[in-house]
Write a protein that binds this ligand. Structure first.
Ligand code: NAP
Length: 292
């Protein structure tokens, strides 16, 4: 099975190439026509020329705070290009897996979001991702939108590595305690996508929107405390004697708004794919053991 992959250098993209070597991945070169998502028509043409059986889109403009000043570019990369991929998938009879985010929700309440809940993004990044979901469904019926939460992977910029960087130079680090979600290892997303591709190959594809995250919920503050605890147990010298302080999202008014409730319900995912993810603490430990 030939699978076109976009975003091969990102957290999930790298995890896919390393974790699913049996899949015949074809990646467009970002510096050539068809590989730059700022040019959706060229992406479309590259797909028609390449004729994959399936398409996985792990690429996105993910720098949340930079989206407002680059809104048109982010909308092209995050929504217009995925719509072009969906259109190509339809033309080829190919299956399309697109990655989306908890940030399509407004973050209200405390209940985990179900895949069918109403999307209502509160920041510009979320708006581009919600727009993608809508456009993809308009272009093709043969898709899976996999919504993910708080991704981390060693060697990439994310909450976990950014916090570790601050911890190395500060004795006290403030972290918000009013944003809730599930830290999720990019490495754990790879077998999920592989399973989705297998289901497609076995002619029982999972169609529609699915939520995936490591099991359990925490606040960013609780996640930071867990990081310090695990680093100390691993004997990492720069974590010793450090303190995590509680802060509020409103303490950082210059940043783009962040949804407070990012809990994703994975019940439907577990049922449809017969797959129980590991806990967020276990997955976090693996990222931390590879942190340098
Ligand atoms: N990070 C999170 O916490 C999180 C949470 C929930 C959902 N998600 C979603 O999950 C997916 C994967 O996220 P991630 O964290 O793995 O992303 P990431 O590490 O930020 O990687 C983004 C990828 O997109 C590529 N890309 C960006 N602009 C591009 C363009 N114009 N043309 C071609 N490629 C371009 C990047 O290429 P370069 O390396 O060349 O820039 C990189 O390969 C995204 O859809 C994201 O929205 C992420």
């Amino acid at each position: 099975m030939k699978v076109a992959l976009f975003g091969q250098t990102g957290q999930v993209g790298v995890a896919l190439l390393e974790g699913c070597p049996k899949v015949q991945w074809i990646c467009a070169d970002r510096n050539r026509a068809g590989g730059d998502l700022r040019e959706p028509e060229k992406v479309y043409q590259w797909l028609l020329d390449t004729r994959p059986d399936a398409i996985v889109n792990a690429a996105a403009f993910t720098a949340v705070d930079r989206v407002p000043e680059n809104y048109d570019e982010a909308m092209t990369v995050n929504a217009r290009a995925p719509a072009a991929m969906a259109r190509a998938a339809k033309a080829l009879g190919a299956y399309f897996i697109h990655l989306s985010t908890d940030y399509v929700f407004d973050g209200s309440g405390v209940k985990p979001w179900e895949p069918g809940d109403k999307v209502c993004p509160i920041n510009a990044y979320g708006k581009t991702k919600a727009e993608a979901e809508k456009r993809i469904a308009e272009e093709t019926d043969f898709f899976t939108i996999l919504r993910l939460s708080w991704l981390h992977a060693p060697g990439h910029v994310n909450f976990v590595t950014s916090f570790c960087k601050r911890l190395q130079t500060q004795s006290e680090v403030s972290v918000v305690d009013d944003q809730w979600g599930s830290p999720t290892a990019a490495e754990d997303v790879a077998p999920v996508i592989e399973r989705l591709l297998q289901n497609f190959q076995n002619q029982c594809p999972v169609i529609g929107i699915v939520h995936f995250a490591n099991v359990g919920f925490c606040s960013r503050y609780e996640c930071a405390c867990e990081i310090v605890d695990q680093l100390q147990k691993l004997g990492v010298s720069w974590s010793q004697g450090k303190r995590v302080l509680r802060a509020k999202t409103s303490d950082f008014p210059a940043m783009e708004p962040r949804p407070c409730n990012c809990r994703l319900s994975t019940a439907e995912f577990t049922k449809k794919l017969s797959f129980t993810p590991r806990s967020w603490q276990e997955a976090l430990r693996e990222t931390l053991t590879q942190y340098d």
